[in-house]
Design a protein around this ligand. Sequence first.
Ligand SMILES: [Mg+2]
Length: 342
Amino acid sequence: MSNKRTEISELGEFGLIDHINTRVQLKNSSTLKGIGDDAAIIDAGDHVKVVSTDLLLEGVHFDLAYAPLPHVGFKAVAVNVSDIAAMNAIPKQITVSIALSNRFSVEAVDALYSGIHAACEHYGVDLVGGDTTASRSGLVISITAIGEAKKEEISYRSGAKVNDILCVTGDLGGALVGLQILEREKQVYLSNPDMKPELEKYTVVTGRQLRPDARMDIIHELRELGVVPTSMMDISDGLASEIFHLCKASNVGATIYEDKLPIDKQTYDTAVELNMDPITCVLNGGEDYELIFTIDQKDFAKLEKHPDIHFIGHMTKPEEGKYLVTKSGTAVQLKAQGWKHF
Ligand SMILES: [Mg+2]
């Protein structure tokens, strides 16, 4: 061991994952995809198993000052299901592990699990195991989700081709704007506990932050329409960041159009109220858990009329780079700011 010390912030989250992955050597032929996509893919004979795991820490990923425990439980499942959806697979089982400090009662655990059970109902998954342990610093939740698909149904990040159409579901930026509102109202409350938080007019954006829904509805609809995306991810770190991941994995460029970016009216209005640029919220806001995917042009007609799928641009040659065309027609280079955990 040398005495050299490297700060994790020098690598960043994705740099750290790459750093860990360089020492991983896959030994089993059943491991079809290891680290580097939304979930791992494991050959199970006539189908594949899809496995994803997430770790949520109190104070880092959620704040119990404004996040109700049932919502925390629901969200913990939803973000894992979202990664299974991102591979175009169907979730079947989850395991749930929790670490708790003595601040939490059995009633609090019940409240957390009420949200976990509601999500299991909603997504049709079985809770099949987990672990519980003590924690010195609040609540820690780790969930592993296991899904299934046929091998040919899986959409990797690496499958996008030049001229494929780039699609996103739902609307974007709401979870970030909701977080800003929740933080603002928390500060108001902390400075004056007699003040009642004013949240009634922000229920759409706070809902996006506190209780996101994985887009399994879209995965089922794509199957019914006979469309397999050429590449796909979920949008957890922000649209621009995810476009960079898709372009890198697929060795393509991308051009997107500002006037095609989906934003909810309440997200837009609240961003303006907070002096935030709504388009920046759409491009760099995290935690929306919508899907970003590419389709072959031949599949466009099948999705054209879908009310919740938006065609925001197309893939280009890698040397053409990654650009946003503004409403005035100017092409500006995309920057992947995304969420920085370190
Ligand atoms: Mg993901």
